[in-house]
Ligand binder design. Structure first.
Ligand SMILES: *[C@@H]1O[C@H](CO)[C@@H](O)[C@H](O)[C@H]1NC(C)=O
Length: 461
């Protein structure tokens, strides 16, 4: 009996001892960092878990915009970034943030903790059971992070939800900014292999438990919110325990240059900006042009053009472009379709300045930054009636439309016709409204207001 008791008490005491050791050590580590930066000992520290902070993508823009905001409005807080970019330095990272995003960060209240075990979360480390592998890997990586620095509050901004319970174990308040749910009930509703289904359900159960450890959850769009809310409601037996309200904090888009383009003097150019990937459905755009010319041959005399700008990454993309050229030929519209592959930014801006309407034909696109860019540039958007463009972007502003929606190529054709036959006043009004809405909705200040309203600072209290 005594042995049994000892056996059960022993591991618990070991854990408690470890935690108390970590806490003492962490105070010392923090002091060293604060001293090195000449910050007062009372400085609160807020840590971001972002192992790929130097990647320069959309997720990184969110990270740096948030940090710049905190630096500006809460100068008494030290932001800490856990990163695995061990080849980079603080200076090189700050320079890249400046050149890539035009975001200026202050080195005075920013500290990087470099992690050497990022391999633990790389997909290539787990050819099988990637979900579980990466999740357990993230636990290992956050353990390294905490062994190097224990902050007053923590936020995961890269979707490593399994780090949350670990952080909470040390009594640190935690939050999450979710760009994309790792898995969610709507996502697995299509899985039909029993073994796989069991795996996904088991994983989702753990994911739900982990996410419930966050006391602040931000999501980047309505789509993500829907999916994260579904995870938090899973399984129903758990009830509301640990469930917090998720808040949408839209990432900001850099629309500064586009918003300077003149609204008037547009040509009969129908523009598409999308990588030549299958889901973008460029074929629907070519078919829409064909349908438009069938109905309204007068556009040919007006010199209408469909311009498809897009990144072409590999042989598959090139083959798709060839297929599209062939389709245009078969439909007899090849002289009106122009492909612009891998265009440099200034060329794209040039097309945005000339175009009248912009197409987005992808079904269920989660967001659609190209649609925001159309609107900011004064190009009337015609977007697929689904996903982010439908729910978040091309929505009424001040009670009036900011663009059009369509599903079939025929509907796209008739929407193009509608947009091209607006009266000059209506035409200008809709371009202006779309621009005002897009620039304001996806602006930095809107992001900051939403970030503040999420209650992140409660984590530090
Ligand atoms: C949210 O993040 C996902 C994953 O990075 C991305 O595909 C989507 O476009 C993002 N949404 C917004 C509104 O930026």
């Amino acid at each position: 009996m005594a042995t049994l008791l000892l056996l059960s008490v022993l591991p618990l005491s070991v854990i408690l001892l470890c935690i108390s050791y970590l806490r003492t050590r962490s105070a010392h580590q923090r002091k060293l960092v604060l001293d090195a930066l000449a910050l007062p000992p009372s400085t609160r520290t807020f840590a971001f878990f972002h192992p790929y902070c130097n990647a320069g993508g959309g997720g990184e823009r969110v990270l740096w915009t948030a940090i710049a905001y905190i630096q500006r409005t809460h100068p008494d807080v030290l932001c800490v970034v856990y990163t695995g970019d061990i080849m980079a330095t603080k200076t090189s990272i700050l320079e890249k943030v400046q050149s890539r995003f035009s975001i200026t960060l202050s080195p005075a209240t920013l500290h990087f903790v470099f992690l050497t075990r990022r391999i633990l979360v790389e997909d290539s480390s787990y050819p099988h059971f990637t979900l579980i592998g990466q999740s357990l890997g993230s636990v290992g990586l956050v353990a390294e992070a905490l062994s190097r620095f224990v902050p007053h509050a923590y936020i995961d901004t890269m979707g490593y939800a399994f780090t949350l319970p670990v952080v909470r174990l040390l009594g640190i308040p935690a939050g999450a900014y979710v760009h994309y749910p790792t898995v969610s009930p709507p996502m697995i509703s299509r899985v039909n292999r029993p073994a796989k289904l069991v795996y996904y359900h088991a994983f989702m159960l753990l994911y739900a438990l982990a996410l419930r450890r966050a006391s602040v959850i931000m999501v980047n769009s309505s789509w993500t919110k829907k999916h994260v809310d579904a995870v938090l409601a899973y399984p129903p037996q758990f009830g509301r325990w640990g469930v917090v309200r998720t808040r949408i904090v839209y990432p900001s888009c850099d629309t500064r240059e586009m918003a300077r383009l003149p609204l008037e003097g547009r040509e009969r150019v129908v523009l598409s900006i999308a990588q030549f990937r299958p889901e973008k459905d460029h074929a629907a755009q070519v078919r829409a042009l064909h349908a438009l010319l069938e109905e309204h041959p007068e556009y040919a005399a007006e010199g209408i053009q469909l311009v498809l700008i897009g990144g072409c990454r590999n042989a598959e993309d090139e083959a798709r472009v060839e297929g599209l050229r062939k389709l245009a030929q078969d439909l007899g519209v090849e002289s009106r379709v122009q492909f612009v592959l891998n265009a440099p930014y200034p060329d794209m801006l040039g097309w945005l300045r000339r175009a009248s309407v912009g197409l987005n034909t992808m079904l269920d696109e989660h967001f659609g930054i190209n649609v925001v860019e159309f609107m900011a540039a004064g190009v009337i958007p015609i977007a697929h009636a689904s996903g982010g463009p439908f729910e978040d972007i091309v929505v009424p502003f001040q009670g009036k439309i900011t663009g059009y929606h369509a599903k079939t190529h025929k509907e796209f054709a008739s929407a193009i016709h509608t947009a091209l036959t607006l009266s000059p006043e209506e035409d200008l009004a809709i371009r202006q409204r779309a621009r005002t809405w897009a620039v304001q909705r996806f602006s930095e200040s809107e992001f900051e207001a939403a970030w503040e309203a999420s209650g992140w600072s409660r984590l530090l209290a």
